[in-house]
Write a protein that binds this ligand. Structure first.
Ligand code: DQA
Length: 147
């Protein structure tokens, strides 16, 4: 079974209670369950990490070649706008990564308009709430199928 790595960045463990007007009421566990069921239907394995620590995210991306990961689905959260290290890790492993955001980062504060990850991502989906993850996962699965 092909393996897909799903990474949730900082503060996404607080979904469901965090700024509900922006991020909605769905919890991270609910998002993960939904994605796991899609993955099961499509016969792919989903490995999931949520981390509030940049280095931990860099480490897991760096190990993904060795762990035979076929593609990465990532919501880098606040690190989207700051992390050269996560960007470099994605570029280093050269595994297709799809960047997702619950909110439309381009309709929010100016500092959110720049994604350091987007230039090294295969593509980006932003602004569809939980559906951003669903769209991202489906995009990744069809990408893997084509390879
Ligand atoms: C986010 C958008 C980021 O700007 C923010 O820092 C997050 C969540 C989103 O999913 O909309 O933590 O990545």
């Amino acid at each position: 079974m092909d393996k897909i790595l799903l990474i949730h960045g900082p503060n996404l463990n607080l979904l469901g209670q965090r700024e509900k007007g922006i991020y909605g009421e769905t919890t991270l566990e609910e998002i993960n369950e939904k994605l796991k069921s899609i993955a099961k239907d499509k016969n792919v394995e989903l490995l999931i990490l949520q981390s509030n620590h940049e280095g931990e995210i860099v480490d897991i991306i760096g190990q993904s070649k060795k762990n035979d990961i076929k593609a990465i689905l990532i919501n880098p959260a606040a690190y989207t706008h700051t992390s050269v290290a996560i960007r470099d890790a994605i570029a280093a492993v050269n595994i297709p990564a799809v960047e997702v955001h619950l909110s439309n980062i381009y309709s929010r504060e100016d500092f959110r308009h720049t994604s350091l990850i987007a230039p090294v991502a295969y593509g980006q989906i932003s602004g569809f709430g939980v559906e951003s993850y669903v769209l991202g996962l489906n995009a990744i699965i069809s990408l893997i199928e084509k390879q």
